[in-house]
Write a protein that binds this ligand. Sequence first.
Ligand code: AVI
Length: 323
Amino acid sequence: AIVRTMSLVDADPAGFDSDFRDDVLAGLGQRQKAIPARWFYDTRGSELFEDITAQPEYYPTRVETELLKHVCGEVAERVGAGRCVVEFGSGSSVKTPHLLAAIDPASYVPIDISGDFLRSSSDDLSARFPDLPVIPVEANFMKPVELPAEVADQPRLGFFPGSTIGNMVARTAVDLLRSMRDTLGGPDSGAMLLIGIDRIKDIDVLEAAYDDAAGVTAAFNLNLLARINRELGGTIPEDAFAHVARWNDRFARIEMHLEAQRDVSFEVAGQAFAMAKGETIHTENSHKYGPRDANLLLRTGEWTPVETWTDPDDRFALILAHA
Ligand code: AVI
């Protein structure tokens, strides 16, 4: 049952628009043009992301879900019953029920900045677990979040699946892990974190996952230009750009770019920009981690890894850590 919804978000739509404009104008003004990946997720972008997760080349969602199904009994043994499960992100209708069914939690608190996704995923979860108190919190989880009073006495298990941490550079990822510790509680509280992290693997497998044959990831990337044109009065010629996904070995990450196929000039929010043929807008990083890198990341973020589970091909890892 949904107990109540808490909102810690400033409900000023103008603020949202100006953040988008500021990020795009600043990003297009850089020598290597770059726009933060969070702006992919308008309604169309979120739908396209859902489609990506169903593509045969995009292994992370499939592999992580299978892995979770397989190991959630062991996770339950490690974490025990009666916890408040705090999910960072709006909750996946595929993964979250496996965890909740296995660990017999006292409550479930999904945190997301997007109220719409939060409400629909909370309704779904609530219908499947009618006896579980569900308390959605609308907030930016990149900062410490004050949890509802109802769960004050319950030990917490943070859940951060999907390798979303991979979309952050190391410094931002570490800041987030520390914020999560502030949100969930220190060692005395018994707080734990279950996090999904994508592994470094064969370059062809990685690049195909971000450039599927059906062109869904390309459409996802290009949708950003459509969003800029629509919401920021842009005149970017969308047909002049091509989707590029490439492995950057130095940073152990897949980078997505939008590459100009000819010289172009355009305006966004009244400002003029020009790009030469071959120049790119860098739109996303998706960092991959080896076993030691992942543990180092967690430790730097003030979490102590206690158990790592992977699929037989070591494509994806679920790591359980304590505060
Ligand atoms: C959300 N995030 C973990 C996805 C990823 O794999 O980095 C976003 C994505 N971008 C292209 N395909 C999927």
